[in-house]
Design a protein around this ligand. Structure first.
Ligand code: ISE
Length: 333
């Protein structure tokens, strides 16, 4: 079977993580080049993984020895790089968010529709997490009946300095919006947001509590607390007519020490979703080879951004905001 030769744009936290996973070996995939605006950083990673460092992102996208591109550069660059990959006819896995503005996301959708094929996948890796997949299967089996509530918790140990109350919604909560649409298989149509006061550990941002409702009426509540101190913790429970299904965070081992009995929480999302990142890469490259795109499409990335926009409006106006969803192009049906 042919191998997909991959080039990564951006070797910060996520680019470096993807590069490390690819270097360990992913079926059908081979990392061949990395690029970063900090050429020294790209060169260091390239040397350690025995791949090429390319100085310029456009050159990486146009390189005839690169079949597919991963965009892991700062959020503001995602849209223009995705558009260039579409123009070059190359599959592109864009880290979330798809774009920095709705206009840019819409330009990506138009470009894909004009190209007549799906080239963009958005890096909402939770869709490949075994726990979330089992939750979806349990719902699809019908044994639980109709879904009523989806409870979600998203806690980080310590947020980065630049994180504001808006970014808690715009950056972190996006994963919850996408996974809620994936699990429930329907669109989110309204949002309300309430926020407690900032904590003494992070006085410049508030935790957020988001209440969404789907088209059929399922209620989704999301706590996003980026400064929970104790570690990275993601939870989800789907409550249905006949029972519930929940993520079980307990790993295979238990630690008993210093008066505690339990398991360690991961420091951040990378170890927690390691399996999901790997499965996402495998599914992406297998999908390229078989011409069957998978994962979150550009449309899904755009939907997450529309929910974000509604949440920010709801937060600022302290009112319920509707999610205005345009007609879905045929390409994404
Ligand atoms: C980060 O960008 C992520 O993607 C993580 O999954 C999320 O937990 C974190 O809050 C975001 O800042």
């Amino acid at each position: 079977m042919k191998e997909i030769r991959i080039g990564i744009i951006g070797t910060g936290v996520m680019g470096a993580d993807h590069a490390a996973i690819l270097a360990e070996g992913v079926a059908n995939a081979r990392l061949v080049a990395v690029q970063d605006f900090d050429l020294g950083r790209a060169e260091t990673i390239a040397a350690s993984l025995d791949v090429r460092a390319i100085a310029d992102a456009d050159a990486l996208i146009g390189d005839p020895d690169i079949d597919a591109v991963m965009v892991c550069s700062p959020d503001g660059t995602h849209a223009s790089l995705a558009l260039k990959a579409i123009a070059a006819g190359k599959p592109v896995l864009v880290e979330k968010p798809l774009a920095a503005s709705l206009e840019d996301a819409e330009a990506i959708i138009r470009a894909e529709v004009d190209a007549g094929r799906r080239l963009v996948q958005v890096g909402f890796m939770r869709r490949f997490d075994p726990g979330y997949r089992e939750m979806k299967q349990a719902l699809a089996s019908g044994e639980l009946g109709r879904p009523l509530f989806l409870h979600c918790v998203h806690r980080n140990a310590v947020g980065p300095d630049y994180l504001t109350s808006e970014l808690v919604i715009a950056n972190s909560a996006g994963h919850e919006f996408d996974i809620a649409r994936y699990l429930l298989d329907e669109d989110i149509t309204s949002a309300i947001v309430a926020s407690p006061p900032a904590t003494r550990n992070a006085p410049n941002r508030q935790p957020q509590f988001i209440l969404l409702q789907t088209r059929s009426g399922v209620v989704v509540d999301i706590e996003v607390f980026t400064d929970a101190q104790y570690g990275y913790d993601v939870r989800a429970e789907l409550v249905c007519e006949e029972g519930t299904v929940a993520l079980d965070p307990s790993p295979a081992t238990t630690i008993r020490a210093r008066g505690h009995d339990g398991f360690r929480t991961p420091a951040d999302w990378r170890p927690r979703f390691r399996q999901a990142y790997r499965a996402q890469l495998e599914a992406w490259t297998t999908g390229i080879l078989s011409n069957t795109p998978c994962g979150s499409s550009a449309w899904d990335g755009y939907m997450a951004m529309l929910v974000t926009t509604a949440c920010l409006h709801a937060w600022k106006t302290r009112s319920r905001a509707a999610v205005e969803i345009p007609e879905k192009p045929f390409l994404y049906r």
